[in-house]
Every structure is written in C-alpha cells, then in structure tokens.
Design a protein around this ligand. Structure first.
Ligand code: CP
Ligand code: NVA
Length: 312
C-alpha cells in the first residue's frame, strides 16, 4: 500500500484483494475483533464539507480499531484564516498519527499528504471519492461473488467525483462500466485514458437505456454535487432524462441491483419506488463503508496487517 489513499490509483490489484478479504473478516467478526492497529493513535478528521456516512463510519471505525478520532472542522482551524496547508500538515504531524480529509480541491489533499509525516486518506474531494468506491467494490463482490466481468451502468453526472472514481475502479477490478449522461457531463477523457485497462471496459453514451441494457448493477448519484449548487437549475434540467426509474430498471438484466452512494435526492436522480425496491442495496453500501475503511486504516497504519489474514 502507498503511504496515503488519495485516489483508487493508490491501490494495486493485490492491495484490493487483501483489503476486501480483511474487510470481509472484520464485518463477519465485528463484535469479536481484538486487533487494535490504531491503539494509542490519534487521527485528525479535517472536513470542509457536510457528511453523514463518511464522518460517522470513520469515527466509529477508528474507535473500534483502538484509536482516537479528532473531528476538526476546517473553519475551526487556522487554515480557515489563511495558515498554509504545508504548515498545517507539518504541525499536525507533531501531534497526530493520521488524517482523513474531506474538501473541495483535490490538489489541497495532495499537498497536505506531501508534507504530512503520516498516512492521509481522501474522504472526498471534488475529483475523487475512493473510500466510497472501494466499499462499493466490496458490496458488488458480496452480492455477485466476483468483480471481473460484472456490468455496472452509471447514470447521471459522469464528470463528478463518483464518475471519476468508478472509472478507476472499473480498471482496477475488471468491471464493464457503461456510463450515460448529457454531453455537458461526459466522463473525463483523461481519466478514461490514464493507465492500463487490463480487463473490463469503460464506455459512454448519451442514451441511458443503452447504458442500462443488460446491466447487473444500476448506479446513480446526486445531480448537484457539493460545491455545484450555483448550477442547480441547469443540472436538474439536463439530467432529468437520466433518472433511475422503473422504465430504466426494465432495460437492465433481470434482478439487477440498485446502487447509490447516498445522500439521495429522491424524485430527482432516483424514484422512491426504485430506491426502496427489493433489489436496492444502498444501505449495504452505506454499512460497508465502515468495514472497508477499517481495512484501509489497518493497512495504512500497521506494517504487519498481513498477519491478520494468515491467522486462519
Ligand atoms: N456517501 C457519502 O460519502 O456520504 P456522506 O456525504 O454522508 O459522507
Ligand atoms: N457526488 C456527491 C457525492 C456525495 C457523497 C458530492 O460530491 O456531493
């Protein structure tokens, strides 16, 4: 594993395999897990954007691994009054043992990680949301028993942190990812072309039904991501044909599962009927954030985490 987890590209295929196995054991044995790789360690949670799942799952997970989570609202730090990222990272490195950061600019997290002497985890930037996508890979594997060759259709804002992260995840895990959006919210060409696509595939279409055809999973996210509120009216208008509704579900493979990273804006990107259907696994996705992030923290903060896997 790299020192930091800033994008899915920091995770190798081997790291992913270990992470998913470790997370599965942590989920199964949650009440009977005695290893505490964060014992005596303090992890700073520096957040500049709202959060329900990420904040709570990290705080609970850090506690369960024996550590102490310090929630640091950006506006309470001197960074909110102009202290540099570089100085903040170096000072916090004298007190803490890790950081989990949610902010706007991805380059801010990259800069913080460069000057921090401890592991840094990206808890969402405008560009990437790796913890969500790694947990989603775990969830898909839980339901399908495999990742390679599984078809995932992603509908909506393909130029978002979720769209970008899904593309990288498809390359890492060999998914067939079919994306659909209006021209204005097409996936990032550089991210599609970056790195090697050893298996799986990434495609884009302006037609949501074409992307959804025969999909094993239908995935969507909000149309107005945090920070894009000023474009709300245009986004709601252009993205309306990409709503995850029953007529789109009918195009997918029989029994296709419904995914959403949440929070959902019901009635916009997803209907109540689809979100609450028997095939909706959105709550499993939310729960799995906890288990996968515990595996991530264990791998980043413990040199002999492979010992945990060799125990049985
Ligand atoms: N999915 C997700 O990251 O949710 P929060 O914004 O509530 O953390
Ligand atoms: N794309 C969404 C994800 C929220 C978890 C956002 O950035 O607001």
């Amino acid at each position: 594993m790299h020192k930091d987890l800033l994008t899915v590209e920091d995770v190798s295929a081997e790291d992913l395999q270990i992470m998913l196995e470790l997370a599965a054991r942590m989920k199964r044995d949650r009440l009977d897990w005695h290893d505490q790789p964060l014992k005596g360690k303090s992890i700073g949670m520096i957040f500049s954007k709202s959060s329900t799942r990420t904040r709570v799952s990290f705080e609970v997970g850090i506690h369960e691994l024996g550590g102490n989570a310090l929630f640091l609202d950006r506006n309470d730090l001197q960074i909110g009054r102009g202290e540099t990222i570089q100085d903040t990272a170096r000072v916090l490195s004298r007190y803490m043992h890790g950081a989990v950061i949610r902010t706007h600019s991805h380059s801010d997290v990259v800069e913080f990680a460069k000057f921090a002497h401890f592991p840094v985890v990206n808890a969402l930037t405008d560009k990437f949301h790796p913890c969500q996508i790694l947990a989603d890979l775990f969830t898909i594997k839980e339901f399908s028993g495999k990742l390679s060759g599984v078809k995932v259709a992603y509908l909506g804002d393909c130029a978002s942190n979720m769209g970008n992260s899904l593309i990288l995840a498809a390359k890492l895990a060999g998914l067939h990812l079919a994306m659909a959006s209006p021209e204005e919210y097409r996936p990032d060409k550089d991210i599609i072309e970056h790195g090697v696509l050893e298996s799986g595939s990434v495609s884009w279409s302006p037609d949501p039904k074409e992307a959804a055809k025969d999909a094993d999973y239908l995935y969507t996210d909000v149309w107005v991501s945090m920070g894009h509120e000023a474009e709300k009216e245009q986004r709601l208008k252009l993205l309306a044909p990409y709503q995850l509704n029953e007529s789109l579900v009918a195009c997918a493979a029989p029994g296709a599962m419904i995914m959403h990273c949440l929070p959902a804006h019901r009635g916009e990107e997803i209907t109540d009927a689809v979100m609450d259907s028997d095939n909706s696994i959105v709550l499993d996705q939310a729960e799995n954030r906890l288990h996968v992030q515990k595996a991530i923290m264990t791998m980043l903060h413990n040199d002999d985490w492979d010992r945990l896997l060799s125990k049985e």
